[in-house]
Ligand binder design. Structure first.
Ligand code: PBG
Length: 322
């Protein structure tokens, strides 16, 4: 009989004891702050569906980047909201595109900060899909060249890590080849490897104005009920040359994250996505939950499940409190 010899409560009696036996500790160094960049100057526009999140013009995003670095957060991931969109997503790989300008400005003003760029076409295409269309289908192979050229343009602007989020087959290999061919052997690839077709991206699509004009993304993003398939996706991306793998969303997919941690010895990232963030903010605004505590609990759970890096809109708030 272990009771009453074993009393689990002995080590929970006060904060000193709890802190001594705490298994997981969140630190600013675990976090990546996502940033939305828009055209114009002097802009810090609140995103209605994401309380606490703003869209910044390039001049303002630089100020924000300085604050982020001062908080000890090592990296940002940039999403561009271009003024113009077309069927090919021409803005995605434009040398003076919104992400390219923001990347250059941040890399110059805050050199210690790692700039990660999201590589996808959905923010730049008039139809809002992540690749080129053939009729109403996203055409995989022709999309690869567009994605690779987008990644190269980000590297040229000063990105240290490119993160393809489109879910086209073969895009990691295409991007690795293009980066190397252009002299960017040292630019790393963070592959959104297990990215699910999730309802939790809703608020992001408002912020990035990237909701598909018709249909949905289930033809290329993963089906939520699938677990083994995520390991195949991750293995393929590693074989194609990914340096790091990502699971997205995070909280509803902690089993996938734990699988990834056990299966691969590469850095694993998790994306605590817009819907996960906004649910907590919305409930907190109504006084239904303690927002900061719920946010910290959510993000600590993501680390506990095995993430080395956590992309979260709460990064700055968390870092300020840690
Ligand atoms: C681009 C992309 C999306 C997100 C990150 N990159 C949207 C999507 O796939 O529809 C979502 C991030 C979030 O919800 O916070 N493809």
């Amino acid at each position: 009989m272990s009771f009453p010899i074993t009393r689990m409560r002995r080590l929970r009696r006060n904060e000193t004891l709890r802190s001594m036996v705490r298994e997981t500790r969140l630190a600013p160094a675990d976090l990546v702050q996502p940033l939305f960049v828009v055209e114009g100057t002097g802009r810090r526009d609140a995103v209605a569906s994401m309380p606490g999140v703003h869209r910044y013009s390039v001049d303002q995003v630089v100020l924000e980047a300085k604050r982020i670095a001062d908080l000890g957060i090592p990296a940002v991931i940039l999403f561009g909201v271009p003024a113009q969109k077309d069927a090919r997503g021409s803005g995605a790989d434009h040398a003076d595109g919104i992400v390219q300008r923001a990347t250059r400005a941040i890399a110059e003003a805050v050199p210690a900060l790692c700039v990660i760029t999201d590589v996808c076409l959905c923010e730049y295409t008039s139809h809002g899909h992540c690749g080129l269309l053939d009729g109403e289908q996203v055409d995989n192979d022709p999309s690869l060249e567009r994605l690779a050229s987008t990644a190269v343009s980000h590297a040229r602007a000063g990105a240290s890590i490119v993160a393809p989020s489109d879910m086209m087959d073969g895009r990691v290999a295409a991007i690795r080849r293009a980066l190397d061919a252009n002299g960017f052997e040292d630019v790393a690839i963070l592959a959104y490897a297990a990215k699910y077709a999730s309802a939790f991206y809703g608020p992001f699509r408002d912020a990035a104005e990237s909701a598909p004009e018709f249909g949905d993304r289930r033809g290329y993003q993963m089906d939520p009920p699938n677990r083994r398939e995520a390991l195949r996706e991750m293995r393929l991306d590693l074989e194609e040359g990914a340096d790091m793998l990502m699971v997205k969303p995070a909280l509803p997919y902690l089993d996938i994250l734990a699988d990834a941690r056990r299966s691969f010895d590469v850095p694993i990232a998790a994306y605590h996505v817009s819907g996960e963030y906004s649910m907590i903010q919305a409930a907190a605004e109504r006084g239904w939950i303690d927002g900061p505590r719920a946010m910290e609990e959510a993000v600590v759970s993501i680390k506990r499940a095995g993430a080395d890096l956590i992309l979260t809109y709460a990064a700055m708030d968390l870092a300020a409190r840690l």
